[in-house]
Design a protein around this ligand. Structure first.
Ligand SMILES: [Zn+2]
Length: 424
């Protein structure tokens, strides 16, 4: 049977997608990348390139296979929405390139022969040249397809998550996938575990079991508002208990999630096998900072979570971040429950100074910071890493505070590098 080729055109395309240099890139799905086809003779013709470099569908790991087929169906539905075709053709052939990929063709009723297979009808010569994918000319088509994918499966449409009641009384919503050593991803304020999606995929690919819960009161998790950050750490340990995960796991905390991870180190040391502190800090708020949080909490209670979105967004992303990323996150921040947001502001204001704990941290620690982070700047990350014995410090170029969504590949690489290290 055919084998995956060493010099593989699909692998090269996926690499270009990851670098952002693929002219036809539309979206990254759970199990692969969506690109517009090199020929747009059928406008909207798109491919799904499988993330796993297998040759045949049945070679995908069983847990991935069903999700991959769901992605194929999702892409077909999105092409259907974006292009309103007479009929969709969905094909996986791979006779030339032995890396699983799917073609989705929107067929039109007014074609010369709408009943014939596509491959005999591919234009040749000048007609082929005229139909070639052009990033500028087909930008509208890319956008329409991306929007259709987003409407069907994007962040705003996140399907109901598995939610379980844990011993602390909270209902914890969880994104869980992959197999291998456990990595617990703790989101920041006022966000949800969806923050970690692009990083989580890469950790799963590298052989980890990844847990990305929503903290109590955020996203789809429920519970009385947490008065202190210790409550969040306790919730997460209770969640590990509920999942029968008994040994130490890697805790990755972003921003407020970093404060929670440090609480976990103080309160549940036996459950912390490694720490990664991403765009966060160890110090406490000063008097002015605390007062500012209290004032913001009161405004949130009066006016809703939109005031937090407006207060944070101007400083959240680096200068290189595309504007639509900020818009996407504005929508998510506005949707946060005001009671949880106000409680978290007060809990952050009251958080203890963790700097005294740093020299005693006896597990591998990775400190990651966006080089353009204006909320917890690199100087704070350097100071924190410098105080922890053997800590690995990685600064991510081209990223602001939201490094996990601005530069997920670089953040995932830094985390994987840190997770691979032995105990100091
Ligand atoms: Zn390949």
């Amino acid at each position: 049977m055919a084998r995956h080729q060493d010099s593989c055109e699909i692998c090269q395309r996926i690499e270009a997608c990851r670098r952002g240099t693929h002219p036809g890139l539309v979206a990254e799905l759970d199990t692969g990348y969506v690109v517009l086809g090199d020929s747009q003779h059928w406008p909207g013709y798109a491919l799904l390139l499988a993330r796993h470099p297998v040759t045949e569908l049945h070679e995908l790991p069983a847990a991935v296979r069903a999700r991959h087929l769901a992605d194929v169906a999702l892409l077909a539905e999105a092409v259907g929405r974006a292009c309103a075709p007479h009929k969709l053709n969905v094909e996986s052939l791979g006779n030339l390139v032995h890396h699983l990929h799917w073609h989705v063709f929107p067929r039109r009723a007014d074609e010369p022969d709408p009943r014939a297979p596509v491959w005999g009808q591919m234009p040749q010569g000048a007609a082929a040249e005229a139909a070639r994918l052009d990033a500028r000319r087909h930008a509208g088509l890319k956008r329409a397809l991306a929007e259709a994918l987003d409407a069907l499966a994007g962040p705003g449409s996140e399907q109901a998550l598995d939610r379980r009641r844990v011993a602390t009384g909270a209902w914890m919503a969880l994104r869980e996938r992959g197999a291998g050593p456990v990595v617990l991803l703790v989101h920041g304020f006022p966000l949800t575990g969806a923050l970690w999606e692009p990083v989580a995929r890469r950790l799963v690919d590298a052989g980890h079991r990844v847990l990305a819960p929503d903290l109590r009161g955020f996203g789809q998790s429920r519970g009385d508002p947490a008065q202190t950050l210790a409550t969040h750490a306790d919730d997460l340990v209770a969640l590990l208990d509920a999942l029968a995960i008994e040994g130490p796991v890697a805790w990755v905390g972003f921003s407020m999630g970093g404060y929670v991870a440090l609480e976990a180190w103080r309160r549940h040391r036996g459950r912390v096998g490694a720490l990664a502190l991403v765009d966060t800090q160890a110090g406490a708020d000063d008097e002015k900072g605390r007062a500012g949080r209290e004032a913001l909490a009161r405004r949130v209670e009066a006016e809703g979570s939109v005031v937090v979105a407006d207060a944070m967004l101007p400083r959240l992303f680096g200068p290189a971040a595309p504007p639509d990323l900020a818009e996407e996150w504005r929508g998510r921040m506005r949707a946060a429950d005001p009671a949880a947001v106000a409680a978290a502001l007060r809990a952050m204001g009251a958080r203890p100074d963790s700097r005294g704990d740093l020299p005693g941290i006896a597990v591998p620690v990775t400190v990651v910071v966006g080089a353009e982070d204006r909320i917890t700047p690199p100087a704070l990350a350097r100071a924190m890493a410098g105080a922890i014995p053997g800590a690995l410090l990685r600064e991510v170029p081209g990223a602001g505070h939201m490094a996990p969504v601005e530069q997920p590949q670089a953040v995932a690489e830094a985390l994987l590098e840190g997770l691979a290290r032995p105990r100091p």
